[in-house]
Each structure stands twice: as C-alpha cells, then as structure tokens.
Design a protein around this ligand. Sequence first.
Ligand code: C2E
Ligand code: CA
Ligand code: CA
Length: 759
Amino acid sequence: MNMRIGVSLLLGIIVAVLVFCGVKGIRSRRSIGRYVGILDFALIPPVLGNIIVICTSSQIAAEFGYYIYFIGMNAVMCALVSFTCGYCKGVSGGQQKPLFLYVVLIADTVQVMLNIFTGHVFDTEAVDVGGRPYYRVVSHSGHLIHMIIDYAAFVCVILIFIIAAVKTAKIYREKYLVMVLSLGLCGVCEVFYIISRIPIDRSVIGFGVCGILAFYFSLYYRPMRLLDRMLSNIAWDMTDALFLFDPTFRCIWANDAAMRLIGLESSEVDTAGEALVKLFGPAGRDYHEEWCIEKVTGTDEQISYYSLRNHLVTEERNVAGSFLVVRDNTEERRKMQHEIYNSTHDTMTGLYTKEYFYRCVRDRLSGTDGDYLAIFVDVKNFKLVNDIFSREFGDKAILQIADAIRNCMTRDCVYGRLGGDTFGVLVPKDIFRARSVERLLSGFTVSDGKIEHHLLIHIGVYEVTDRSVDVSVIFDRAHLAISSITDIFNTHIAVYDSELRDKVLWEQKIALDLHEAIEQKQLRPYLQPIADSKGNVVGAEALARWIHPEHGFMPPAMFIPVFEKNGMIVDVDRYMWRCACELLSKWKGTHDDLFISVNISPKDFYFCDVVSEIQELIREFDLEPSRLRIEITESVMMNDAEDKMKILSQLHDAGFVVEMDDFGSGYSSLNLLKDMPVDVLKVDMKFLSRSESMDRAKKIIKSIISLSYELDITSLTEGVETETQYTDLFEMGCKLFQGYYFAKPMPVSEFEEFTFGVK
Ligand code: C2E
Ligand code: CA
Ligand code: CA
C-alpha cells in the first residue's frame, strides 16, 4: 500500500511539474517552446492513466487507466517526434517531419481502441499488491504491435538525436548529446521495469522526467563549453585585434588579427605585450585601468591610425586580467579625409571650393592680424573661349589659370575657385605687387599645344579694413571693383576705393528712390525742340530729368546709366512714354503737327514687349502713331539683329516713325542700314567732333546725309551749337536740327511758351 501511495505521489508531482513546464513552454517566445509545451502536456494523460491503474482496486477503472495510458503514449510519441524535428532543425538541411510515423501511431491508436470489442490487445488480471488487487496487463498480439510501434518511434527519436550530434559542428554536439542522454535515462527506466518484472508499472516516471529534462535543455540550458567555444570563435574572427592579459600583463591569448598586427606566430603569444609596446610605444597608462587612446604609426603613405581600448576583467573585485582591443581606423580615416577633401576642393582644379575658401578666409581674418587684400579674378568673355575653341580648351584654360594662381601664392595666401571662370585670393597686403601682377595679366596666354589664345583677365582688389564685414560681401566688393575698369584691354587691376563705394551706395539709393520719384512726379520729361531747315519747331525730344527732394536737379547722366545697368530703365521709359502721350493728347486739335521723340533703351526689349506697350498707349490716348517717334540707338542691333529688325518693322508698319539715334557713335553698320526699316537717322555732332578733325567730321556727316538721302531716310543732326554748324549742315542737305543753337531741353511749360508763344 505504501509503495502505491509513494509512486502515486511521485507521479502526481510529475504531473504538476509537467503542467508548469507545458504552460511555460507554450508561452515561451522561442519556437522550440511550443514543441516542448505540447510534449509535456501530452505526457500528462499517460501519467494520469498510470496513477488510476496504481490507485484503483476496480478492474474497469484499471482498464480505463490502461486505455488512457496506451493511447496517451501514442500521443506522447507523436509529440516527441515533432519536438525532435524542431530541436534538430537546421542540422544538415533540417529534418523533414516523418509523416509515416504519425500515420502508424494513429493506426495503432485505433487498433488499441478496438480492444474494447475484440480483446486482442490486452486483458487484465488481478495480483495482490499490499493486500489489495492490482490489475496488471495480460498482453495479447495487439499489445505487442503497440509496444513495437512505440519503441520503434522511441528508437527513431534517439537515432535522430544521435545523427544530429554526429552531423553538427563540434561545438553544438553537446546540445544533442544531453537529449540523447535524457532519452537514454527514460529507456533505462523502461528496461528496468521490463527486466525487474515488479508488479507496478513505473516506466512512465522515466518519460515524465524526460519531458521535464527536454523542457530544461531546450529552453534554459546553455552549455558553458558551447558558449566558450562560440565566443572564442567570434573573437578569433574579429577584425579588431584582441589581446588577453593575465594580471601580470603577460599575454595569454590573442586573436588572428592581433597576431597579424604585431607580426608574431601564435606560439609566441606570450611576448605580445612587448611587441605592442614596440609598435605603439608605451601606452602611457596602466593596464590595470580602463582606457581608450588613439595611436598613429608610420608616416606619409605608410601612415596608420589605431584606437586602443583596454578593458578590465574582474572577479569578486579582484583584477583577473585585462583585454585590449586594437582597431585599425586607417581605412575609415582615409575615407573621411577623402570625403572632406572632395567636399572642400574643386574637382577640376583642386583649388578650394567657394564655401570652403570663404571659411578659410574667415578663419584667417579672425585668427591673424595684419592687412589683407581680397582679390577677385575674372576672365572676360570666357564663354566666348568655350564657344570659339572648345569646351576642352576652355577647361585647359581654367586649369592653367588655377596653376598660375597656385604658383604665385605663398603660405600666407588663401585661394580658391569661386565659380566657372572666377577665382578668389586673400593675400597679405605687403606681398602684393600690383605692377608684376599687371605684367603677368597683360601677357596671359593659354595654350593646348596647338592653339594659343590671349586671355583677358581682370582682377578686382578690396583692402579688408573692417573684419566684421561678411566674407561674401568682401569678395562682392572686390568683384565690383572690376566693373569700374573702362579701358578693358589695357587695364587689368581695379581697386575698390571710397569713390567706387560711394558710387555703389549712390546706385543703391537711387534704385530705392525711383518708384517714389515716379509716383510723386519728381521724374519729369524735359523737351528739346527739333527744328526744320527753316528753323521752325516741328517736334521735340523728351528727355528725362529728376528733381530729387534731397539731391536737387539731376540730369539723366546721374541715373539713366544706373537704371540701364540694373534693368529699372524700363520703369523710367514706360513713364516717359506715357508722359509724351499725355502731352500729345493735350496738344490734339491745336498743335496736331508736332511730334515727340521718346528714347527706347536696349534693355527695354528684354524687360517688356515694347511694340504692344506703345500701341496700347496710342490706343489709350487715341493718337496718330506718327506723332510719337521712337528713338533707338544702333547698339540695339548688336544682339539678335534679326529679332530687332522684326520689332522695328512692326513699329514702322504700325505707322510709328523710327529714328536711329546716335548714328555713327560706335557700331554703325552701314550694310544693316539698307535693310533696316528706319525713317530718320540722328547724327550726333558730339561723337564726330570728339575724335575727328572738323574737316573729317564734315566729310563723314556729308556722306551720311547723302547716304540717307539715297535710302530715302530723313537726316537729323543733333548737338548743333553754332550758327556755322547749322548753315554748313543746311548746305549739306540736312533736313532736321536739334541743339543748343536752337534751344536746350526745357520744362514742358517753357517749351509750350517757346513754341506756341502761350504761357
Ligand atoms: P540722347 O538721346 O542722345 O539725347 C540728346 C542729349 O544731347 C541730351 O542730353 C541733350 O541735352 C544733349 N544735347 C542736345 N543738344 C545739345 C548741344 O547742342 N550740345 C550738347 N553738348 N548737348 C546737347 P541729356 O538730356 O543729358 O540726355 C543724355 C542721354 O540720356 C540721352 O542722350 C539719352 O541717351 C539718355 N536719356 C535721357 N532721357 C532718357 C529717357 O527718358 N530714357 C532713356 N532710355 N534714355 C534717356
Ligand atoms: Ca535720344
Ligand atoms: Ca542722341
């Protein structure tokens, strides 16, 4: 009786532990956990069946217990097979689930259940155990089949584990051997039961324990040897060099990278400490502390960068040793340096990029005293070099300029490429020799071996007097200085001085004032009479004047060139065209024969649609187009002559009188003239008298006048100052006259009084 209670109690404890392991296994996040859980739950019915058999004195209950036990064991075998497959997964390509085994186990379950009707599996017979009947199994053929199937499945499982242990890498072997061992334990239990022939079947204890061991080994057990081996393998393969020292700084282990670093054989590992000191010099730190330092070995091309990190290994507050990790950062550093170089240097010339150059200039100016000059280098018409020769030649030219700059520089200079054909230089004032630079620039030629071309290079110089000014502004000023060069072929250097600064400030100021000036009518048309050969006023030219509240009366020379440069001229001209139309409209009905000439700047064509705007004005004021004369300078024809020709034709066809202003002043292209739809040629006496002798001037004017006669174009001479000039021109056949001899430009009211005699 005592034995029965003891075994039942033991089995009860096993059931409780199996429930615990089953729940834990199912809940585990690891995939094997589910298999362990199922196995442990599957083990519960046969154990319970066994408890019933042991505890009961009733034959029916005992047989019921045996059914649970036999069928449960089949379920256990299924679960065990699944668990085994999961556990051995990944070994030599993974284990396929033996479906055949499941089928056989299910068939056996059916066979065992049929025993109820056939009695071919087992019977029970009572034996006396502790004064009470214990029903033990009387086996028939079916039972034998059942046992063969279960044992075969069991042996298969053990074989799978053994195969896995053999096939796997050495370090994992332990993982499988522990399972072989626990299954073996279970097998021993079973064999013991069979051999000892003791009445009470306790073999299920072995299975229960096996389930618990499976739980432990698959979810919790980490074989120390396995971990050691894995760690040392990882450490061996690490790219960082790793040295392990004992507390006396004797090297006890070093990985492959470490041995390669110090150039020793693995048998010489205990001298690694000295080799390290030889390579890096003394660490300067105690190896009984944790530290990290950077070391550099070699020079130039052979230079290498390392980081050394020493870690301590302690055991119960005592230093058990240390390990040193040496990382080779050379590649990383080189890559970084390369990246930094690329981001700070222009790929083509190798000079600093604009951003980096500005940064270096900023650093230099804030870090040193002394006077500096900021220099802006610009190639005139560089686009033409590309166009006329080739891009390759252009690239060569840029490289040769970059080389020339490099060769002229000393250590105290900073230089870089600011853009396509512009460069910047910061030089100490005392080393800048303007004369030798001028000489260098005046003879600067580039060549590609075949072609040689003289490059026109200008440099603008700005003396850095105020270091608080932003570097970009400093170089803008140096750049600006270039714009003050008038004789572009003979002057190569321009300095940003107070005059230039005042000019820039002036330009900025009047640009800001313009719109208010238009709104408040500070800007006004002055009219200069135009007379016919009899001296009668037939029209006037509208010329802009600005009566500035601060600067007083301003002639156009003070503002027109500024607005022509910045494009605001279009606002001035639009306003002047409107004023002229207003006047013509005012004179309508009384002085219908008078015309007004307005000036059109070349820039107007870029910023507005001249033809439609003027036509719109004519419509608005309901004027005869011929009353508004359009003055265009010949320089307009310089670019896109064909387009311009079209515009002139449109104006001409719309009934406007088109005048070619300042004819003969510069680019006059006589051959263009014959095709140009021009009605009036305006010749300026000023231009002729400036450079030519009076006789020559006369000849030129005479030929222009006769040419215009031939082309059926009216000739108008402006700048007529004396009576002699007037009579000479009259005799030459000139038709219209404008000049101080008749009248200067005057306010509208004065013009009206002058012409109509009314106030
Ligand atoms: P421009 O169109 O050639 O105008 C003729 C200039 O010659 C005027 O100078 C006029 O005052 C001056 N002038 C006339 N007769 C004589 C003379 O007998 N002797 C001398 N020495 N000069 C004489 P102004 O008014 O100073 O205009 C200068 C230039 O400014 C103009 O030359 C024109 O190119 C430009 N300009 C004036 N007003 C406007 C305008 O509203 N729009 C545009 N785009 N340009 C304008
Ligand atoms: Ca004019
Ligand atoms: Ca003119």
